[in-house]
Design a protein around this ligand. Structure first.
Ligand code: VGL
Ligand code: ZN
Length: 258
């Protein structure tokens, strides 16, 4: 039924025609837009990504995200919030209350912000140390005031367990517990997950990779993300592509969502 070129491939025009006229009515994609951790602390607070290696500006994501929210008709919208208790394991100033395992590459004495240590305890785990950030109910944990929060959207809180960090919006870093995101996506019948926000190479990347592992069609919106470290951002993109995700820019999203 397809008109193939000399390499046996279908042309983009013909695919677009077939998609619009019949594939889409069979597949019926249901889109979910995930806005990750666009919170004060990551933009101008204690873990401002402008102070990190890549020297990017977290504020840059707000306008393109707002524009997408204004112009694209997503079936569901979620905002995640990093939401830590005061004694959270990722805060470097809590290191004195924790036990670093003898096998740790970095000892408790020499550990600095952004280093990774191995903690002892019920779960032996590697943990990157961050400045105290996104403490529950604090200003730093609030969504940025200029970020548009649409009606009928859902907030997802993560990182609430003091003993286990949580980068992905689906699971904590030890995969011990899930947030409510999977259930809510299933309830909406979501098939396509559009991911963006902060930080590209930390929570956005972890969330995209988890979405792919669950089997969602996963679309990372590159110009709506800012991150901590350029090498890690590159690693994030490679891993999304390797796992069959797609990386696009804002302009391409409108054409993809019905
Ligand atoms: C994040 C570092 C620590 C993030 C959260 O939202 O990307 N980064 N906690
Ligand atoms: Zn955090």
């Amino acid at each position: 039924i397809f008109d193939l070129d000399k390499d046996g491939k279908i042309s983009r025009d013909e695919f677009t025609y077939c998609w619009n006229n019949w594939i889409k009515t069979i597949v019926r994609p249901v889109s979910a837009f995930l806005v990750i951790d666009v919170q004060n602390d990551f933009i101008s607070g204690s873990l401002s990504i402008s102070q990190c290696a890549a020297q990017q500006n977290g504020l840059d994501v707000i306008q393109p995200i707002n524009r997408l929210l204004d112009t694209v008709n997503f079936d569901a919208v979620f905002y995640s919030l990093d939401w830590h208790p005061s004694d959270h394991v990722s805060f470097i100033d809590n290191l004195c209350y924790r036990k670093v395992h003898p096998s740790s590459a970095v000892t408790a004495e020499e550990a600095q912000t952004y280093d990774t240590v191995t903690f002892d305890g019920p779960h032996l785990m590697n943990q990157r140390l961050w400045p105290r950030h996104c403490v529950q109910e604090s200003w730093g944990a609030e969504l940025h005031k200029d970020l548009k929060v649409v009606d009928n959207s859902t907030k997802i809180y993560k990182g609430t367990n003091p003993d286990v960090d949580s980068y992905s919006v689906f699971w904590d870093n030890k995969k011990l517990t899930q947030t409510t995101l999977s259930d809510q996506l299933a309830q909406k019948g979501a098939t396509d997950i559009y991911v963006c926000g902060l930080a590209y190479d930390v929570c956005v990347g972890a969330t995209a990779v988890d979405a792919l592992s669950i089997g969602y069609r996963t679309i990372l919106i590159d110009d709506c993300c800012r991150g901590v470290d350029l090498n890690d951002i590159e690693r994030t993109k490679k891993s999304v592509i390797k796992n069959h995700g797609v990386i696009v820019n804002t302009e391409e999203v409108k054409a993809m969502v019905e």
